[in-house]
Write a protein that binds this ligand. Structure first.
Ligand code: XIL
Length: 346
């Protein structure tokens, strides 16, 4: 086979995230890769609430409409990311005209309005929604977001109900990172049980695949796939990338982060990735794809978070201006050797 989508045909969708340039087809080489390699897409930023509703009631659907048109023109399975998330949400969402925090009732109405407007606009076209993103912390406790603090944990079921009402056929997902951690795993299982016990639709769990060369262990990731699938939902690997860079100490403060030596230490591969690191990187991708194939009956989609290394958000997070090599295609738009290995799975 000669493409990722051929390699996984009949098993699961293989997707990628599109940035603005790619949505508007301003990057011909990326466009070629997207159309030949992937059969599912998600917008990297264009469907987050701050982009879709920058001011109350003033929606900006231009980029999202183009994204949907792109996917339909190319027969792709379209994912909407994301309806309710504490990050990249406009600040008006949580405030009244006086700048005070809104009441529970007002915030619920805003959630309802946002979700209804967005989901109904793409009814029958966007096939699955990341309804709630990142509501649980590593230790399994609730993230103390504005949604949680103002509404309480009920915000989750409300979001799923509003989305379901707007498009009863759409798949509805809960999506989060570091899902291999036991604390988060257990709390997500509880969340699925709670929603199901109330008759609220949840179709799948999205496990953001933001991995590194040594975290998480494949076995821990597998435990979470099994735990979620055992609750009767599908599992998806969303947002996959594998950073090869050291993790900056986020508590160290801006003073040290602006220090030249420290910056250099945190950005060691500006001139290319050494062979030994490349080998570990390739093995890591292969180990994970082997795991996904082992559980292909439980997994409905695997999405990588960007097309080429140049696109990857990892170059800028958790520290800006680095050179990472996290994705499957290099900065020259060439498939990395690991991609050829993946073709052999087909
Ligand atoms: C990231 C995008 O890739 C960046 O371009 C943006 O600046 C910040 O958000 N978890 C998610 C994604 O659910 O939406 C995030 O995407 C990465 C982490």
């Amino acid at each position: 086979v000669e493409s990722l989508k051929q390699a996984f045909e009949g098993k699961f969708y293989i997707g990628t995230a599109l940035n603005l340039n790619q949505i508007w087809e301003r990057d011909p080489a990326a466009d070629k890769l997207i159309k030949s390699q992937f059969n599912s897409i998600v917008a990297e930023n264009s469907m987050k609430s701050m982009h879709l509703q920058p001011q109350e009631g003033k929606f900006n659907f231009k980029d999202a409409d183009k994204f949907v048109a792109y996917g339909e023109a190319n027969n792709m399975f379209l994912i909407g990311h994301t309806l309710i998330w504490h990050s990249q949400a406009p600040s008006w969402f949580f405030k009244n005209e006086k700048g005070e925090e809104v009441s529970k009732e007002v915030l619920i109405e805003r959630m309802r309005n946002h979700i209804t407007a967005v989901v109904s606009r793409y009814k029958g076209r966007i096939k699955g929604w990341d309804v709630v993103n990142e509501a649980i912390l590593d230790d399994g406790s609730w993230r103390k977001s504005k949604f949680y603090n103002i509404i309480g944990e009920e915000f989750i079921e409300l979001a799923f109900k509003f989305a379901h009402a707007a498009d009863p056929d759409a798949e509805l997902y809960y999506n989060d990172y570091s899902m291999a951690l036991e604390g988060r795993r257990n709390s997500v299982v509880k969340m699925i049980k709670n929603l199901k016990s109330k008759g609220i639709k949840i179709s799948a769990i999205g496990m953001q695949g933001h991995l590194s060369l040594d975290f998480p262990k494949v076995e821990e990731f597998e435990k979470s796939i099994l735990a979620f699938a055992a609750e009767g939902v599908k599992v998806m690997i969303t947002e996959m990338d594998i950073t090869v860079l050291p993790m900056p100490n986020r508590n160290i403060g801006a003073q040290v982060e602006s220090n030249f030596a420290y910056k250099k230490e945190m950005n060691p591969y500006e001139d290319g990735l050494p062979k030994d690191k490349q080998t570990i990187f390739e093995k890591r991708y292969l180990d994970f794809f082997k795991l996904f194939l082992k559980h292909e009956d439980k997994i409905s989609r695997v999405t990588v978070w960007g097309v080429t290394d140049a696109d990857s958000w990892r170059n800028n997070w958790p520290m800006p201006g680095r050179t990472d090599y996290a994705l499957l295609f290099d900065r020259q738009y060439n498939a990395k050797p690991v991609v050829k290995q993946i073709y052999r799975f087909g």
